[in-house]
Ligand binder design. Structure first.
Ligand code: FES
Ligand code: FES
Length: 132
């Protein structure tokens, strides 16, 4: 199956690959797996505590080209957004932007789920600061 140009572009030049330093209280981490294929996506957001806006994002994806492209794309999209705006990103928008075929829709769902998990993690951290 042929990948769309945008998938190939993100796959060859993925944006924001990596992870933030462990123990950073302003970072939320989402780790999700796709039961359909076993691919795993880790997506992190770094929130500016003063503004509540996402100022940076990083990902590591062990998966197919569409999963890598989806995570690369959403790390670009969430920057500068509020947490609620990030939560409103739909996998259909990702799939449309990347022109994903039906069998690759679950790759974009993985990215949507990873963002939600990262926001949840950040909010949980803020609600109950870890005891040191
Ligand atoms: Fe093999 Fe996703 S199914 S990488
Ligand atoms: Fe499973 Fe892409 S994430 S094939």
């Amino acid at each position: 199956m042929a990948y769309s140009e945008k998938v190939v572009e993100h796959y060859e030049n993925p944006r924001n690959v990596g992870s933030f330093e462990k123990g950073d209280e302003t970072v939320g981490t989402g780790m999700v797996g796709a039961p359909a294929c076993g691919d795993v996506m880790k997506l992190q957001i770094k929130v500016n505590p003063a503004t509540g806006l996402i100022e940076d994002a990083k990902f590591k994806t062990y998966g197919c080209g569409s999963a890598i492209a989806s995570s690369s794309l959403v790390t670009e999209w969430v920057k500068g957004k509020s947490l609620d705006e990030a939560l409103s990103i739909k996998n259909t928008q990702i799939a449309q932007e990347l022109a994903l075929p039906p069998v690759k829709i679950h790759c974009s769902i993985l990215a949507e789920d990873a963002i939600k998990a990262a926001v949840d993690d950040y909010r949980a951290k803020k609600a109950e600061p870890a005891a040191h």
